[in-house]
Design a binder for this molecule. Sequence first.
Ligand code: PA5
Length: 443
Amino acid sequence: MEILKLSTAKSGVEITTEQKTIAEQANRLLHSGLGAGNDFLGWVNLPSSIDAEQMAAIKACAATLRAKADVVICIGIGGSYLGAKAVLDAMSNPFELLHTEHKNPVVLFAGQNISEDYTAELLEAVKGHSIATIVISKSGTTTEPAIAFRIIKEEIERRYGKEEARERIVAITDQARGALKTLATQEGYTTFVIPDNVGGRFSVLTPVGLLPLAVGGVDIEALVAGAVEMEKATADDVPFDSNLAAQYAATRYVLYSEGKKIEILGSYEPKLQNIGEWWKQLYGESEGKEGKGIFPASVTLTADLHSMGQYIQEGERTLFETIISVAKPAHEVKVEADEANLDGLNFLAGKRLHEINKMAELGVQLAHIDGGVPNLLIELPSINEASIGALLYFFEKACGISGYMLGVNPFNQPGVEAYKKNMFALLDKPGYEEESKAIKARL
Ligand code: PA5
């Protein structure tokens, strides 16, 4: 069985020979390293370059944290958080917390906001649990995780003393630069490196994603193996007609040029909801610049049919949809017959929920196509590490191709600096005196 399938048949798009060539050229440009942002192409061959030694070091560190703590707090934001969160949710039983026996430590996240209530409630919740932390920041200077780390570090040191705290704190950061690197070296924390040439949103298959996932009990070898398979299947010598990443990128490109400015990623599996969050960062930060780019949105179905469904069916016709479909669920639940049949559902008796979910998916697809919303379909055989690994790399590769087709540098994010400058000026950060005066005058 194929690890991932893509169908563009319902997108209404016919890719021309010229467009196929443009997509193939964009893929080759990624591999040649001659395109824009070429100092951030380390992710292109990353899955196949992860060696046994790296894997063993990550697994050994995860085993230490698993042995020491029943709650591991992962601190990070953006690309230093979304990948681990997405994969962990996809691979976990969402009701695990209610199980009395936990086979894995609970992985919680911090540093992805500055909310006082979130932080206070997190600290409150971990009282009585043994804790450890993984702090992740490529730059080592990002405000949100730095604040969270200061607080969690103090908590760990207060509870266990400085010596033991060093065994419970792991840093993932730049090889040489940044405040986190300086602190980690000074304190002697176990440290993993985020390669210079891998940007945050492409870093899920580095220790940034792999360590928290190994702590959470995910089979990271199978995850990487799935990504390796997709890396091969989308290599620079793979022709357009066999290259799913190029096909996805080219279809989006044509739809965008026809006025479809918003892409909605949806799935009928709630476990994949945070894959949508990770995907939004990947595509939003990579393509949304120079006044260009498809706006990435996401929905969870069928839940959002009862909220966003109306807009998708009849709102502005600037949308297209990409649905991640799962062929085979891991469990079986059937609707039973009921003698009274007061709810009128006996016509479903004997059917599996999966069959009903599939009919919802097909019915919605046709309704949306009739309503002028082109549909793309990505099909996973089931939700497992290999298919999720393949999906991650598929989206990354398509994103790189897509960015080059659009004519932007997909690997920078100049736009995220604007808010930081304002926030630092408002908080009177040393060095921002002039900006401080100017911004306060505007308030
Ligand atoms: O994709 C990116 O580069 C960003 O979203 C970063 O991941 C995010 O800003 C966090 O940065 P850092 O890891 O340096 O703390």
